[in-house]
Design a protein around this ligand. Sequence first.
Ligand SMILES: O=P(O)(O)O[C@@H]1C[C@H](O)[C@@H](CO)O1
Ligand SMILES: O=c1cc[nH]c(=O)[nH]1
Length: 321
Amino acid sequence: MASGERKFHPVKSSEQLADYIIQEGLIKLRNPHINEKDEDVLYHIALSNKSHDLKEMFQDIKFVCFGGSPTRMQKFAEYLVTELKVKIPAGQTLSNIAQGSDRYVLYKVGPVLSVSHGMGIPSLSIIFHEIVKLIYHAGCSDVIFFRIGTSGGLGLEPGSVVITDKAVDGLLRPYMELSTLGMVLQHPSNLDQEVTEELLALADPEKDGYSTSVGKTMCTLDFYEGQARLDGAFCDYNESDKMSFLSRVYSRGIRNIEMESLCFAAYCYRAGLRGRAVVCVTLLDRLKGDQITTPHEIMEEWQSRPQKLVCAYIKRKLGIE
Ligand SMILES: O=P(O)(O)O[C@@H]1C[C@H](O)[C@@H](CO)O1
Ligand SMILES: O=c1cc[nH]c(=O)[nH]1
């Protein structure tokens, strides 16, 4: 090899990566390069560890709640202000900390971050990297991550809530594949059974008026063909193909379909976050159709159901009645 030429460092295999144990305590970034620079710019949330005192701003964070849409995560933040009895000084309002970027919204309510992730794995991946770096720079410890979302149900009453115990991809594999340096790395996705069980214990179908159950979630790269819909702009299969696929998926224990859980679970594991959970409401039963026709105000109430469950968990952890 010519002298001075950089020796190629093979990227760790996914097994080696997956060997990182889930740790308590301080977030340790699995990236030695971050501290090689004097500034780390969190571009998509318009923050940096030089322009902002991230420790001062975020060191008390104990819960990070991700959800798809900006409005939903703003409403969740407003709900937390009431439920966590957080005082907002007179004349001030809850503000979007990421307002310098028009990509995501980021709200802080006491020890909770409410952050939007947009749609799909690529969008979640970007904000996930930057939020993990944010809490690393802030010196946070023992942080629990949640995805609060919507999904398509399988064999469930629309409006039911699913707590994910395992996320799989569109081929039903329990890992997320990421093309990296021209290779395909497979990042295992597993979720924290303890948090899942604690969340389920907080649900009360009788009082709630809807079911909450634990199930596997299929995370796809597409809303239409990727989820066996017949109503996209393109479709190369028929109703019976669709139903045999969805029946097979159901028989494998999958109870809902969405587009972020796999990356969320895999990256929480890579980040060594002990506490992590995915809680999604189902907007329709995919075994009965493809189109989401529920009136907006009903959908709004349905979307609040995972928020209420996660908020109840946070209140329990904080000892707030
Ligand atoms: O959390 P959200 O409601 O974004 O989750 C699902 C998956 C996609 O992001 C989106 C598709 O409608 O909803
Ligand atoms: O069917 C659905 C509903 C919400 N989100 C999805 O990804 N699929």
